[in-house]
Design a protein around this ligand. Structure first.
Ligand SMILES: Cc1cc2nc3c(=O)[nH]c(=O)nc-3n(C[C@H](O)[C@H](O)[C@H](O)COP(=O)(O)OP(=O)(O)OC[C@H]3O[C@@H](n4cnc5c(N)ncnc54)[C@H](O)[C@@H]3O)c2cc1C
Length: 402
């Protein structure tokens, strides 16, 4: 049924998932509207901003001139700090980046606009429209005191961790408290920040059920934060109090430049991300690596596939759940197996005690630092103590760098 619509595709939320979805749909010459509730795309930033070089390069080129604005720091290696304070450094070629999300997100929206998408900020979607078949057929937006209805053949919900689009569409979006990690982070100036390394503090004394991170954003400045599992209900401290304690011990001279709090969905991605006329991508579909909490790259992947498949479905004039399910199938094929494996590792790692982390670190310290690449870490851990392999995998390979 060919209907007159305002747009072929509406994307809700201009984060990494939404802008990528809008760009990829618009590249196929369908009409696209990208809606963002905030006045400014990229603000506020609720992220430690780390991403692996390999992941980033799938979507944008970090070596081109304009990338200098959205790369905060190129990272050469990772430092793992055990509960007893011993640490081990691992270097690899161009292991990753700490982004300037404020600029990066705006750059992605610019790419969407260059591909032909219309972008509207300060537009909060506060409801979905449904047609007589009960297909999602558009959105209702609020702009100041005004309300407007905009029709579309497909709506892609990329409205982040607090997504309501999926819920309104009848998809099962609920999370158990234990599936939500609560995070607190400072961007802080401190003379002892090592600008080449991302640092990970693992163990219950740093962050119960999670980890603490120090991601440099240049010399003497870093995102310093931690996430604690929502399953730790017996804690009598919140993430901010635990971080303040961490800062006073490890970064006593820190000057706090900004503070953020935020949640990360650490449940495995949604079993159903589509319905008639509707798709979800990014945090809205829980497309996060549950072991690390990282969701920039996986959200961009979800956005890219959702955008492409939405456009194809529009062109074929079939936006039914079964046609849009190609998106889910594609997600399963490329990300499903990998993310399930990470999730199993995450569950195994949850059971590891501080003493085991200490032993892992001591073991790795015996290796010649020149030999300490990600590959040799794996091999050595396997050779000396096979069960540590799983633990090491979490700590080094799949932290932010997945
Ligand atoms: C403290 C913290 C640290 C993190 N660190 C990392 C990290 O180092 N590396 C990593 O990969 N990931 C990290 N993450 C996770 C990462 O930030 C998210 O996975 C990622 O931002 C998800 O992208 P997204 O596009 O799905 O959602 P978002 O980036 O959240 O974008 C959603 C957008 O939708 C808009 N929106 C919401 N509702 C509406 C509405 N009704 N109408 C219109 N617009 C709406 C929002 O304003 C927002 O702009 C971290 C998260 C937290 C909380």
């Amino acid at each position: 049924m060919n209907r007159k619509m305002d747009y072929d595709v509406i994307v809700v939320g201009a984060g990494p998932a939404g802008s990528t979805a809008a760009q990829c749909a618009a590249e196929q010459n369908v009409s696209v509207l990208l809606l963002e509730k905030d006045r400014e795309i990229g603000v506020p930033v609720r992220c430690a901003e780390g991403i692996s070089g390999r992941s980033l390069r799938q979507f944008v080129d970090p070596t081109m001139n304009s990338s200098r604005a959205w790369i905060g720091q190129e990272i050469q290696g990772a430092r793992l700090i055990a509960p007893d304070g011993h640490y081990v450094d691992i270097f690899d070629d161009h292991i990753g980046y700490v982004l300037e999300r404020r600029i990066f997100d705006r750059y992605l929206a610019q790419l969407a606009a260059e591909s032909g998408a219309h972008v509207r900020t300060n537009c909060e979607v506060d409801g979905l429209l449904f047609d007589e078949r009960n297909f999602v057929s558009g959105v209702r937006i609020r702009r100041g005191k005004k309300s407007e209805r905009i029709q579309a053949k497909v709506v892609i919900g990329c409205d982040g961790v607090e997504s309501r689009i999926g819920y309104w569409a009848g998809l099962k979006t609920t999370l158990r408290p234990k599936d939500m990690e609560s995070c607190y982070q400072y961007t802080a100036a401190h003379p002892d920040i090592n600008e080449n390394l991302c640092q990970f503090y693992v163990g219950s004394n740093y962050a119960p059920g999670g980890y603490a991170w120090v991601f440099p954003k240049g010399k003497g400045i870093a995102n310093i934060g931690l996430g604690i599992s929502g399953g730790q209900s017996d804690l009598n401290k919140n993430a901010k109090q635990i971080l303040d304690q961490f800062m006073s011990v490890h970064f006593p001279k820190a000057e706090i430049l900004s503070a953020i709090c935020g949640g990360v969905p650490v449940a495995l991605f949604m079993k159903r991300m589509v319905s008639d006329g509707i798709m979800l991508a990014g945090d809205a579909a829980h497309q996060v690596n549950t072991m690390t909490g990282g969701g920039i790259a996986s959200g961009m992947f979800g956005g890219r596939e959702a955008g492409r498949i939405a456009a194809e479905a529009v062109i074929e004039d079939d936006v039914s759940c079964s046609r849009l399910s190609n998106y889910h199938d594609r997600w399963e094929k490329v990300q499903g197996k990998k993310l399930r494996r990470y999730d199993r590792l995450a569950q195994a790692v949850e059971k590891i005690d501080d003493e085991t982390f200490n032993r892992t670190c001591t073991l790795l310290q015996k290796i010649d630092p020149k030999e300490l690449t990600l590959g040799t870490v794996f091999k050595t851990a396997l050779k000396h103590e096979p069960k540590l392999l799983v633990e090491v995998a979490k700590i080094f390979f799949h932290q932010t760098f997945s």
